[in-house]
Write a protein that binds this ligand. Sequence first.
Ligand code: CP3
Length: 341
Amino acid sequence: MIKNDLLLKALRGESVERPPVWMMRQAGRYLPDFMKLKEKYNFFTRCRTPELATEITVMPIRQIGPDAAILFSDILVIPQAMNIEVEMKPGVGPWLPNPVRTMEGVNQVNVPDVHEELQYVFDAIKMTKQELNDEVPLIGFAGSPWTILCYTVQGQGSKNFDLAKKFCFTNPEAAHILLQKITDTTIAYLKAKVAAGVDVVQLFDSWGGMLSPVDYQTFSWQYMQQIIDALKDEVPVIAYGKGCWFALKEMSESGAAALGVDWTCTPRNARYLSGGKITLQGNFDPARLYSPPSEIKKMVNQMINEFGKDAYIANLGHGILPDIPVENARAFVDAVKEYRG
Ligand code: CP3
């Protein structure tokens, strides 16, 4: 049923002619047509209006040609649905006016009925599926509970999420209650996304690498594992952890269909640490898309040779940067499509 099923094949570990390719954060940011919509509608209006979310999701498919679409939305719709105010300030990024930093704060956080609070996401999925007409699979996503806690406690982006860590280490009881509430909401949310039609889900643990390996188990991984356990029989799950190479062994035994890795780990080491069998996704340095297209193409070939064409999904090691020239993004995708081992 899905015409281009390269991604699904790679997730099942089946042999492919060339690896599938998509780019984290491919919907929006660097695309001129997205910038035009951005002038007219604020961020959460774009997320909440299924017609706009659909248009933005499909844009890179038509203009760049990756093998999968990722729904335009944000990981922060989850805290929003849990009774935590979240704004997106132009030039600043996420802004939470009332960060959660006490047990009293945690007690005010809801585990909502996702159909009441997030129906607009499920409507956007249905509309996007229609628009895509089964050309490529649609990826749904959520942030990891730890990454969501980072914003919920810090109140904004940060280089080190020091306040989030301080909260976890001074008030672990409250932190674990909050993490469990986020986990429960995320499981219900992702199940509803699958019911609405997404073909794959990805968990973004963008700030997992802020934690020591021991704290990673305690404050991030055990909650990721709960989500994978709840979803893995319904849908392939990709677990992406930025800076989490130290956890690849544990992650490879989790039931996730694939693991996302960033550019600080060599393909060879990622294969070694993850046991050599599980599908890996990554890991081009997003800043390398500033290089000229000819160099991008050379480096992409090298990357595929190092990972191997099978059990592999070509991607960046983190989200695409906002000022990447469109032709460089296209060179990345084309290089994978032209790959002939
Ligand atoms: O391909 C896609 O873009 C799909 C949609 C998507 C967005 N955010 C749209 C968005 C996805 C998958 C995300 C995930 C996300 N959001 C993560 C995890 C992935 C990662 O990059 O680490 C995180 C940490 C966030 C939180 C967030 N949202 C930040 C830090 C920012 C501001 C800075 C930035 O990246 O531009 C956002 C805003 C946001 N989310 C934008 C987009 C396209 C840009 C703002 C805008 O369009 O007005």
